[in-house]
Ligand binder design. Structure first.
Ligand SMILES: CC(=O)N[C@H]1[C@@H](OP(=O)(O)OP(=O)(O)OC[C@H]2O[C@@H](n3ccc(=O)[nH]c3=O)[C@H](O)[C@@H]2O)O[C@H](CO)[C@H](O)[C@@H]1O
Ligand SMILES: [Mn+2]
Length: 715
């Protein structure tokens, strides 16, 4: 038997070749294949730990004979097994072949599944993912760290101070792993150990390109430490160090003081950060962190394999997070949906964010409101003991594994539960505009609601600034307008004035719903603006036409407007634009105060007052009276509104009741419960017949005077 410390087997070629147990296929051939034993050994570079049972299955597919034996056997693929105290070491001469075997997963030892697992072949995934698999995780957490010395000698061996970071080593991406086990490990053990520093030969060796080393090693290297420390370490060190290091201190090798030392808690800290290879790190620290290129090429670049793991960086430092979010969030790169999207699918949030939430996310709150939201379960996670990384990785496993594969990224995007983008008001860096004041401004009107939604009046916003903020978001603003029956006559004016005033310079898509498609006027539209005509049935009752809009808006959003990050406004056609209606009106849920009632007490509001109706508003209830002729917001918000109003309207119809002002009544009820995030002043829907009040400095949109009897199908 090989005895307790398997490491001795690999420690030097000499020690290997003199052991009968390790008989490699080439060695069997002896002189016939002309390979010196040492060379044969070097080629037997991939080793796996298999259970005896797995070994049997792999070797022959039979259940015969080998259990507990110390003999060797080989498969046609040149795999050789050695039993060590009932653990089986599999030495694979042609490792890649072995890894390519389809059935390898079943053949893998539960003791060390991740070595044989095909998931390793995901080349750009770093150790987390390797470590993430449930099986691995358990292996790592339960068995390895403390008990594995015999089974996995090179981890546990005192010769190998990385004992404190077992999975780091293992974690090396497949390429690394192979490299390590094949080229490096043995090379190292043979070549480096003698020539390099006694303490950590293979790190210190200039022969060893650090670029190929797993970052852990970087993290461990005193030399790197200094390099890294300038930018990161001190930043990182402040809060966590002592807590985190506590667990380590006992287990770490004195050979590696800086791992164990409370001074160097990076062992337990986000080594992801350190994971950047030296060149990257410089890139990071010099170019990125401070300059915050909006493009963030190093993340997206295929040259940068960590591209798949931006969240590590996110997770590491609030600074990064901010940096990243400021760079990313408005670019919405499809390459990086899960970063760029403002809303993480809660279940797929980078686990680090979960884990670090107690420490980090609070700092990031404004940028990651959802991540921090008390509504999200992960925020209730207890403070994560970072020192216990296996558990940490366990959480990772549920979230990451899927999320990291490039082809899953797009799927992720589709899974997003969209929510408000309003937190991400990212202005261009050098935007010049007039200094704002919190002392001077409109005093004749109220500019904020009791729930702190802005009320948009002329003089309360900077249009240039707002446009620059929303331009970079590359949004499309949809507008719906209904022109059924004779109302088609209003359409031309509506469209022409929209060209002049409605979101000029933005992508605008106007949907016209009409029963008279052939009468839709030809209106020249600017680049980026388009018109779509949809046919709708006419009706004998104007009330029905008006109310049915909710249903059609709901359907439109469901069928045609999948991008939930865009905005929509639903407008009356019998109106014209007279002044700017632009980005200042954007918000998650936007309502316009009715020009006829904004000076009135709520008792005078024409809410639906019959309790039988689902639009019922009791006396003493209600904020403002909002008009049915203009409302909007994020697609998802408006969708919810339209769906709700439609179903309430239809429920009323079932009960034989029609609200006082049809869908407008339902809208008001809805807005009472779902407070609009932005309220537009009556500037945004005036009525031509009404003289302008002094507080109204500009009329932006206004209902034309019309003869109801003439244009409506019924009166
Ligand atoms: C300015 C304002 O807030 N207006 C609202 C108000 O009355 P209005 O008097 O403004 O209602 P309205 O006659 O303009 O009808 C609302 C809209 O429905 C469409 N339509 C209506 C009738 C018709 O035969 N063909 C047609 O296309 C058209 O887009 C019109 O703009 O109360 C209505 C209650 O139902 C709606 O809530 C309106 O939005
Ligand atoms: Mn109208």
């Amino acid at each position: 038997m090989l005895g307790g410390n398997f490491w001795t087997l690999f420690r030097s070629p000499a020690s290997i070749t003199c052991r009968r147990h390790l008989v490699l296929p080439e060695m069997r051939g002896g002189a016939s294949n002309g390979l010196p034993k040492q060379e044969a050994y070097r080629r037997s570079v991939h080793f796996l730990l298999l259970s005896a049972e797995s070994k049997r299955a792999l070797a022959s597919g039979t259940r015969s004979s080998h259990e507990g034996c110390s003999a060797t056997s080989s498969s046609p693929t040149g795999i050789l097994y050695i039993d060590i105290n009932n653990e089986c070491v599999c030495v694979c001469v042609r490792g890649f072949e072995l890894f390519k075997q389809n059935n390898i997963r079943q053949l893998c030892s539960p003791v060390y599944p991740f070595i044989c697992s095909p998931v390793h072949l995901l080349t750009c995934l770093p150790f987390h993912l390797l470590a993430c698999l449930l099986a691995h995780l358990f292996t790592l957490s339960s068995a390895r760290l403390f008990t594995c010395s015999r089974v996995y000698p090179f981890i546990c061996s005192p010769v190998y101070p990385l004992a404190c970071l077992p999975f780091h080593l293992l974690a090396c991406s497949p390429a690394h792993l192979f490299t390590l086990s094949s080229a490096r490990l043995f090379t190292l053990s043979s070549a480096r150990l003698f020539t390099c520093s006694r303490v950590y030969p293979f790190i210190c060796s200039p022969v060893y390109p650090l670029a190929c080393l797993p970052f852990h090693l970087l993290a461990c290297s005193p030399a790197h430490l200094f390099t890294l420390s300038s930018a990161h370490l001190f930043t990182l060190s402040s809060a966590r160090l002592f807590t985190l290091s506590s667990a380590r201190l006992f287990t770490c090798s004195p050979v590696y003081p800086f791992i164990c030392s409370p001074v160097y808690p990076l062992t337990c800290l986000p080594f992801h950060l350190l994971a950047c290879l030296p060149t990257r790190l410089f890139t990071l620290s010099s170019a990125r962190l401070f300059t915050c290129s909006p493009v963030y090429p190093f993340i997206c670049s295929p040259v940068y394999p960590l591209a798949c793991l931006p969240f590590h960086l996110l997770a590491c430092l609030p600074a990064h997070l901010f940096t990243l979010s400021s760079a990313r969030l408005f670019t919405h790169s499809p390459v990086y949906p899960f970063i760029c999207l403002l809303v993480y699918p809660p279940a797929r949030l980078p686990a680090h964010l979960f884990i670090l939430s107690s420490a980090h996310l609070v700092a990031c709150l404004p940028f990651h409101p959802l991540a921090c939201s008390p509504a999200r379960p992960f925020t209730r996670l207890p403070v994560y003991p970072l020192a216990r990384l296996p558990a940490h990785l366990f959480i990772l496993s549920s979230a990451h594994l899927v999320a990291c594969l490039p082809d899953h990224l797009h799927r992720l995007a589709a899974d997003v539960i969209p929510e408000s983008h309003e937190f991400y008001l990212l202005a261009p860096e050098h935007q010049q505009y007039e200094q704002p004041s919190i002392l001077h401004g409109r005093t004749d009107v109220v500019t904020v609601t009791p729930w702190l939604a802005p009320v948009v009046w002329e003089g309360t916003f900077n249009p240039v600034l707002l446009d620059s903020i929303y331009k970079v978001k590359n949004i499309t603003v949809t507008a719906t307008v209904f022109a059924v029956g004779k109302y088609i006559m209003f359409l031309k004016n509506f469209l022409e004035t929209a060209e002049q005033h409605f979101f000029v310079g933005f992508k605008v898509h106007i949907y016209v719903f009409t029963d008279r498609s052939n009468e839709v006027p030809q209106v020249r539209m600017a680049t980026g603006r388009q018109l779509t005509v949809r046919s709708v049935p006419s009706s004998k009752r104007w009330q029905e036409i008006s109310a049915r809009r909710m249903e059609l808006i709901q359907t439109l959003i469901e069928e045609q407007l999948p991008n939930h990050n865009d905005y929509i406004f639903c407008l009356d056609v019998d109106s014209k634009f007279h002044g700017r209606w632009g980005s200042e009106s954007l918000g998650a849920l936007v309502a316009v105060t009715h020009p006829g009632y904004y000076r009135d007490p709520r008792s005078r509001f024409p809410y639906e007052r019959r309790p039988a109706s689902k639009a019922y508003m009791a006396s003493g209830e209600g904020d403002f009276y909002y008009c049915g002729g203009a409302f909007g917001g994020l697609l998802q918000e408006v969708h919810h509104l339209a769906k709700t109003c439609r179903s309430n309207f239809e429920a009323d119809t079932q009960e034989g009741i029609e609200a006082a002002w049809q869908e407008e009544s339902h809208l008001n009820r809805y807005m009472w419960i779902n407070k609009p995030s932005k309220v537009l002043s009556p500037e945004y829907l005036w009525q031509d017949f009404k003289p302008k009040n002094p507080e109204v400095h500009i009329i932006r949109f206004s209902g034309v005077v019309k003869n109801y009897a003439e244009i409506r199908p019924n009166t």
